[in-house]
Design a protein around this ligand. Structure first.
Ligand code: DMJ
Length: 687
């Protein structure tokens, strides 16, 4: 039998041939198939290949079924595997009970991934915008043009995390798109800590002068805010005109924390440019504030730019008060301890905090910091903002100067007060951790209220309006500082749990991160806003907390982090800059001002240092007799009796110090007595 194969050559260029033609081709193929003619064929040449071996129809169907069944089976297994891996990652990797232990560097990578995810979505949905809403995938600017709110705040985190590509894109945006030359009123404090701080730290870590140029331009535009009758800056400033703008509420008063949290940024700007004006403007604020002689170093949260006087009595370490205390210490650290005036102020406040604001909750004795709504002498309110949680890290930093605890304890200046500060640092940080651990989501609310009544069942409660979480950094900031200083792994473990909770509850369906409405319920309703400090602070501190690099990144004894977590180097201000003011002291009776300028500061300082040395030797003996604090249970357990004992020691030291009065020294110096003679006498008296 003769048959011919139809012409099967492809007809290039013809995409649509007629259905009839196609059918006839396939019919021809079927009827002339070698399979159907196999039996009648006896020609060797026409034998089909093995794979074409003819089979009957029934066999054909069951073969097809088998194949289908097999495919379905494989697909089922693949599906189950995917499901299982997904479930495993979700419930085991991001779960409290880890089946396997990730290394710290793997955990650090996951933090970096969270940053990358947040960034990727911001880039896709709202690139360049100041506000990002990850749920609605939109963004907007605060004014008519962008301020770089998210991009500038994130630059140094990208450098620290080694996210080079992301950094390059952001850097190009700053260079090409960012201009502060427009008619818009910005908040002086927020713009300084986030934008000026962000640009300066980007310059510090990258060495790119473009960032410094932008910083200088912005700094100059902000300076106009300082032109008030008192020198206390107005709350806002117009970027175009440089004109300061009074707070529209609160009787026009500025926030105390806001006017006293500009110093690190402007002083660093002075250091970089050699221009002293920035330095002078911001240190003048400190002078004016101190002229109010705040009792025990505790300041009301408003100050008026017209008069330079504090307004109201409310004292707190939460909003509007917090970073006043933070920057007292950090100003002292920034200029390598060359400005003792800020240390004096810090120490005063530190004692004031311990004396007036520190308390323990019931039933478990959590150390917390309350608020004085009516000032010193009034009742203490048990409310504590999450913002206060920076103070744990700050106390530890103040005690050790950024050294690790072992080194600090060996130094000549270590004393029981520093030991006490370390203990309080641990206790407060433990309390802050508890405000995370104690909620359904494992995340802290904005504010908690502690119980101090005897019959309390819980240590704190949360008011309905305070249940939100804004991705704030203060607790992880303290965990990072305490870990660096104590090397106690508990701080990393708490940090990891907090990070896991952020991943579980603040990750959007899309894979970005956002704020929460209510940390006390699961599932917690997500709020449509990602804060810039999530990228600038929270993730940065978590990343540094888990860092195990051989060369410690940003050592605490070499850098200061501004209040928005932007690192600046510590520097010696000499010879260009030095403290240009000295403290006034109110006399007991008539508030008479004694001007310390008349006394040679360096001589006075030498006397104090020598006396301090002597005092320390004695305190060391006393401390040796006191319970061994280093053996005390880790941060989790407040060591009440030890703290009480330390306070007793402190009291007797204060009495002694009173005998060797500072005013005596000044008087004798003013009379022209020999310094060394005075020191010797005083030391003898002390002994
Ligand atoms: C940040 O902008 C800064 O840390 C500021 O000092 C306080 N508030 C936010 C973070 O909570």
């Amino acid at each position: 039998m003769n048959f011919t194969f139809p012409d099967r050559k492809p007809s290039f260029g013809i995409r649509h041939h007629s259905r009839a033609k196609e059918d006839s081709v396939w019919k021809a193929l079927k009827t002339t198939s070698p399979f159907t003619n196999f039996s009648s064929s006896n020609s060797k040449d026409q034998l089909p290949l093995y794979k074409d071996k003819p089979i009957n129809k029934k066999q054909q169907i069951s073969e097809r079924r088998k194949k289908m069944f097999f495919k379905a089976f494989i697909l089922g297994i693949a599906f189950y595997c995917c499901y299982y891996i997904g479930w495993y990652l979700k419930t085991q990797v991001y779960n409290d009970s880890l089946d396997f232990e990730l290394s710290w560097s793997e955990k650090q990578d996951l933090v970096k991934e969270a940053f990358r995810d947040s960034w990727k979505h911001y880039e896709q949905d709202a690139w360049g915008k100041d506000v990002y809403k990850p749920l609605s995938k939109t963004g907007k600017n605060m004014g008519q043009y962008p301020l770089g709110w998210i991009i500038v705040d994130s630059l140094d985190t990208m450098l620290i995390m080694g996210l080079d590509e992301e950094f390059k894109t952001a850097e190009a945006w700053v260079a090409n798109e960012l201009s502060y030359d427009f008619d818009y009123e910005v908040n002086v404090f927020e713009t300084t800590i986030r934008m000026l701080g962000g640009l300066l730290s980007a310059h510090y870590l990258s060495g790119n002068d473009m960032f410094l140029d932008k910083a200088v331009d912005l700094g100059n535009r902000i300076l106009g805010a300082f032109d008030s009758p008192s020198g206390i800056p107005y709350a806002s400033v117009n970027l175009k005109t440089g004109k300061g703008v009074k707070n529209h509420v609160d009787n026009g008063a500025s926030s105390t924390a806001e006017v006293s949290t500009l110093q690190l940024e402007f002083k660093y700007l002075s250091k970089l440019t050699g221009e002293s004006l920035y330095w002078e403007k911001v240190e003048n604020i400190m002078k004016i504030l101190d002229k109010n002689h705040p009792k025990d170093g505790l300041v009301p949260i408003y100050v008026h730019p017209e008069t330079g006087k504090y307004q109201g009595n409310l004292i707190r370490l939460g909003s509007r008060g917090d970073s006043y205390y933070e920057y007292l210490l950090k100003q002292y650290l920034q200029t390598e301890n060359q400005e003792p005036i800020y240390n004096m102020m810090y120490q005063e406040s530190n004692r004031g905090i311990k004396q007036h604001l520190l308390r323990k909750s019931k039933p478990n004795g959590l150390t917390f910091i309350g608020e004085l709504e009516r000032g010193i002498g009034g009742p203490l309110s048990n409310k504590m903002d999450h913002l206060v949680c920076f103070i744990g890290g700050s106390f530890a930093l103040g005690a050790t100067n950024g050294e690790d605890l072992l080194t600090a304890r060996k130094s000549g200046s270590w004393d029981h007060l520093k030991e006490e500060d370390m203990m309080i640092a641990k206790e407060i940080t433990h309390t802050c951790w508890k405000t995370y651990e104690g909620t359904a989501t494992g995340l802290s609310p904005e504010i908690v209220v502690f119980n101090t009544n005897e019959d309390a069942k819980e240590d704190f409660y949360i008011k309905p309006l305070d249940r939100h979480n804004l991705q704030r950094p203060e607790t992880v900031e303290s965990l990072f500082i305490l870990y660096r200083i104590t090397k106690d792994p508990i701080y990393r473990e708490w940090g990891w749990k907090i990070f896991e909770s952020f991943v579980k509850h603040t990750k959007t369906p899309d894979g970005s991160y956002t704020s929460l409405d209510d940390v006390t319920t699961i599932p917690s309703k997500q709020r449509d806003n990602m804060e810039s400090f999530w990228l600038a602070e929270t993730l940065k501190y978590l990343y540094l907390l888990f860092d195990d690099s051989e060369d410690e990144k940003l050592p605490l004894n070499k850098v200061v982090f501004n209040t928005e977590a932007h690192p600046f180097p510590r520097f010696d201000p000499n010879p260009l800059f030095k403290t240009g003011w000295s403290r006034e002291q109110a006399s007991n009776q008539d508030d008479k001002i004694v001007n310390q300028d008349k006394i040679d500061e360096s001589v006075g300082e030498k006397i104090k240092q020598d006396l301090e040395q002597q005092k320390l030797a004695k305190q060391e003996q006393a401390a040796a007799a006191a319970p061994k604090l280093e053996n005390a249970p880790a941060a989790a357990e407040p060591a009440k009796p030890a703290i009480e004992q330390l306070k007793d020691i402190e009291k007797s030291d204060d009495q002694k110090a009173a005998e060797v009065g500072e005013s005596d020294i000044k008087e004798r110096l003013a009379k022209g007595e020999n310094v060394n003679q005075i020191i010797e006498e005083l030391i003898e008296k002390e002994a």
